[in-house]
Write a protein that binds this ligand. Structure first.
Ligand code: ZN
Length: 287
């Protein structure tokens, strides 16, 4: 059964580790993430962007697939199904469909409008026991066509949003979606420390987990980050493994064209990436 992220990230913040959010795109992706979490006895968050939700045939279809896999694969670790960067309408649609956690991304609104809309989402979500993540300071890079300027969040604005009753807060600290450019200057730990001081026990979320060096990840966790989003890294490892299979001509040998064979190396590559991240984030055996 799906659970909200509330309990798992409070435990993570207290225990100084982070729960990984891995974005899913299809059945193979979802199965790979769930099985790896189960094998490592780790809580896990399945992230679904609005675009990925449409791709998989609607939020209702995603909920059906995930619930079916939880049951069919006998997954017993805590699993949350989380809308990633939801718009205002999309947030209510995902709640209605059965998601157990919502990120309402109002970071592109002026702060007062972000606050008003976040309040509305919390009201509806809280009544159903659904956790809510809010965002302050747009995160750089591109997420489904929304391009952020790589802003750095204002700790005072973080405090205003945190006080609304959100369960976790994403704050821009120089992190970027996608692959980091060569001239990236790193995470702004002074800002993160300032935010953590102002918001107290509120678990913080680090977006754009792909390619952030391990020492920076560990430092971010020590400063209150309890949820880390990983998306691009699984896509890169899936694509590389699939490319190798085809370049080696394996799809032309015997029944190598069978999708269950063709997609197997990519599936294994996602599993390896998820395992590596779960170990780095410290959530092994924290289910
Ligand atoms: Zn993000």
């Amino acid at each position: 059964m799906l659970v909200s992220t509330k309990e798992m990230i409070i435990k993570a913040k207290e225990g100084k580790y982070a729960v990984g959010q891995f974005n899913i795109n299809n059945l193979e992706w979802t199965k790979a993430v769930l099985l790896t979490a189960q094998e490592n006895n780790s809580p896990v968050i399945l992230g679904v962007s609005e675009g990925a939700g449409k791709y998989m045939g609607s939020y209702v279809a995603v909920v059906g697939m995930v619930n079916g896999l939880l049951k069919g694969l006998k997954i017993t670790v805590p699993v949350a199904l989380h809308l990633d960067h939801g718009g205002y309408e999309g947030s209510f649609d995902a709640i209605e469909a059965g998601f157990s956690s919502i990120m309402f991304d109002g970071s592109h609104y002026a702060i007062d409008e972000n606050i008003e809309k976040t309040k509305e989402v919390i009201k509806v979500a809280a009544a159903k026991g659904i956790s809510v993540e809010a965002e302050v300071g747009a995160i750089g890079g591109e997420e489904d066509g929304v391009i952020g300027g790589g802003e750095v969040a204002d700790p005072a604005e973080c405090k205003r949003i945190a006080d609304l009753g959100v369960d976790m807060l994403a704050a821009g600290i120089g992190n970027i979606h996608g692959v980091y450019p060569a001239n990236w200057t790193g995470l702004k730990f002074d800002v993160l420390a300032e935010i953590e001081k102002t918001v107290g026990s509120m678990p913080l979320v680090l977006h754009g987990g792909t390619g952030i060096p391990s020492d920076m990840i560990k430092k971010a966790i020590s400063l209150g980050v309890a949820k880390i989003n990983v998306n691009t890294e699984c896509q890169l490892s899936f694509a590389a493994a699939t490319r190798k299979y085809i370049e080696d001509g394996k799809d032309l040998q015997g029944k190598g064209f069978d999708p269950r064979k063709l997609l197997a190396p990519g599936f294994e590559a996602i599993k390896a990436t998820v395992k590596e991240k779960i170990e780095l984030f410290g959530s092994v055996n924290k289910a």
